[in-house]
Design a protein around this ligand. Structure first.
Ligand code: ZN
Length: 207
């Protein structure tokens, strides 16, 4: 039996110029700066948070939620070996992260983004138990790797289209400095930024 993992990487049926911004790997000390810029442009985003970082910065997680952004599960350890884990261990990681999110914001997330975007049969089997929807992206900003702001922005500007999901990181000061230019570009090109649940018509949290 093959275990195929369906990931939502965009909304290919999107007719209007709506896109979603996603921020991975927080909560982090940089996150509040990202939140301030999003607030200035009245934009709601989606944050895929790491369980162990929530342990360190629970107040920042709460801030993300209180400002009206969505929170998704991005594993507990974000281990480089995550895609070698067997089903049981993947389930444990996902449950532990759901739990710490629920403890802090009172809601259990239904969105999961695998560390490094990698899926495999073990993760697929685990997701059949945990029932998370996998949210990918179709535009990788490279903000965690490339330091040249112009290059990061040009990558996004060239690729953005209705229904896009853009991957960013709320752990990098480079992201803080490109975000405002990105939001201005989107505004000037009549793109509306919405959260992932709205773009994909899926529930972000357990009812
Ligand atoms: Zn990550």
């Amino acid at each position: 039996m093959s275990i195929h993992v369906d990931a939502f990487c965009e909304n290919p049926l999107e007719k209007e110029k709506r896109i979603a911004l996603t921020f991975d790997d927080g909560p982090h000390l940089v996150t509040p700066q990202i939140l301030a810029i999003l607030e200035k442009y009245n934009v709601k985003a989606t944050f895929f948070c790491i369980g162990k970082n929530i342990e360190t910065y629970p107040e920042i997680l709460k801030q993300i939620n209180e400002r009206g952004h969505l929170i998704g599960n991005h594993s507990f350890s974000h281990s480089h070996f995550f895609d070698f884990y067997r089903k049981k261990r993947v389930i444990r990681e996902l449950h532990a992260t759901d739990e710490i999110i629920k403890k802090n914001i009172g809601k259990k997330p239904l969105f999961f983004r695998p560390p490094y975007g990698v899926t495999n049969p073990s993760i697929g089997r685990a997701l059949k138990i945990t029932n998370h929807n996998v949210i990918g992206w179709n535009i990788r900003s490279m903000d965690g790797i490339v330091k040249n702001e112009k290059m990061i922005l040009n990558r996004i500007f060239k690729r953005v289209s209705p229904g896009s999901i853009i991957l960013l990181h709320d752990t990098s000061l480079v992201t803080v400095s490109v975000l405002e230019q990105l939001l201005l570009f989107l505004q000037n090109n009549n793109y509306k930024v919405v959260s992932v649940d709205k773009l994909l018509n899926l529930n972000a949290y357990e009812e």
